[in-house]
Ligand binder design. Structure first.
Ligand code: ACO
Length: 325
């Protein structure tokens, strides 16, 4: 039996930090409004770094930390909705940048759930026995797709990347419970990247190209559907909420985390949080939090920590994996 194991974690963010006060100089907003509604104080914003630059930096850090060569990597999956280009994929760009000549590479599009969906996929690739070593990264330069004239969304997001090295050296299952969900019928409440049809045969122009969001609808989705998903995942895995050491949820909004902790009857301190420094980094938020928590000594990768990873966002998509870290 082959078990995947997360053997390294790493993250990377653009150098430029933009505070709420900085934003208040370029749009009609203020620190009090942003912080009280979201828990966000700062975010990192690209001044040139593209998604594949951040992702490749994460991949290189993973290789260096693990002392493994790039040509030993079998696959690279990058979860992103802000790729440098649709073709080649960001993962293909990362493969070239780090020289992972034996790796197949592709992007996975599931918005803020992207990392959880990608981790689930990668674990199955390794469990199949066909592959030994893979990299999974969540990376976003969200600032590229934001409508900077819309203060109700522009203050929420940030840029960053985080990722994990997975190897087939585990002595126990990595994922001990999971439930991934999608509801495409509610997809229009979080929308970006529509492309016009403009050919000699037809013209269809879409109004909205950059990000648009129905804030209230997304808030309600997050606090209604997501705790149910976590509860069901725990029940089906026959694991009690007390057995979970930490909950690493998508970092959209601290009020969402407050409500989720309450609904699940879990101490709020078990819900780790770093959106105050990074904002909502979409697919990058969970691996960024994972990597930073290891860096800060909150837990290690010794296989003894039980963690809930839950993503939720555009699609709509949402999902939980319970992992032995
Ligand atoms: N600064 C100051 N005022 C603002 C700002 C801003 N940046 N943005 C909006 N306002 C104003 C609005 O114009 C409105 O003014 P009005 O009453 O005069 O019309 C007022 O503030 C209240 O706006 P609401 O939208 O009612 O504020 P609400 O309390 O709902 O908070 C928020 C908005 C923070 C977006 C909330 O709906 C939310 O957290 N939604 C969840 C969305 C989310 O986290 N999305 C992340 C992406 S999806 C994902 O990752 C899952």
């Amino acid at each position: 039996m082959t078990f995947a194991k997360i053997t390294q974690v790493a993250h990377s963010v653009p150098k430029k930090v933009v505070s709420n006060d900085d934003l208040s100089k370029i749009m009609d907003t203020n620190d009090e409004w942003i912080y009280s509604r979201t828990g966000i104080k700062n975010r990192h914003i690209s001044t040139g770094e593209n998604t594949s630059d951040l992702a490749a930096d994460v991949a290189q850090k993973l290789l260096t930390k693990a002392s493994v060569s790039a040509d030993s990597i079998d696959f690279i999956i990058v979860a992103t909705i802000t790729p440098d280009s649709l073709m080649p994929s960001t993962a293909a760009r990362v493969q070239a940048k780090i020289g992972a000549i034996n790796a197949f590479a592709y992007d996975l599009t599931a918005a803020c759930s992207g990392f959880v969906f990608a981790l689930s996929t990668a674990e199955k690739l390794l469990a199949s026995g066909s592959y030994k070593r893979g990299i999974v990264i969540g990376a976003e330069v969200f600032s590229k797709i934001m409508d900077w004239s819309d203060r109700s969304t522009a203050v929420l997001f940030g840029d960053g990347a985080g990722g994990v090295l997975l190897e087939n050296t585990g002595t126990q299952p990595l994922i001990i419970g999971e439930k991934l969900q999608t509801d495409g019928s509610r997809g229009d409440s979080l929308l970006s990247g529509l492309t016009d049809i403009n050919t000699p045969f037809a013209t269809v122009n879409y109004e909205s190209k950059s990000l648009s969001m129905e804030g209230r609808a997304i808030f309600d989705f997050a606090v209604r559907d997501v705790p149910k998903n976590i509860k069901t995942t725990l029940e089906e895995a026959q694991i009690s909420s007390e057995e979970i050491d930490f909950y690493l949820l998508h970092q959209a909004n601290s009020r969402i985390l407050d409500k989720m902790a309450k609904k699940l009857g879990v101490e709020r301190s078990k819900f780790l949080q770093n959106m105050q420094e990074y904002g909502n980094t979409s697919a990058a938020s969970i691996p960024l939090l994972l990597s930073e928590s290891v860096k800060n000594g909150i837990f290690t990768l010794d296989g003894k920590t039980k963690i809930v990873l839950t993503g939720f966002g555009g699609g709509l998509t949402w999902g939980t994996t319970i992992i032995n870290l």
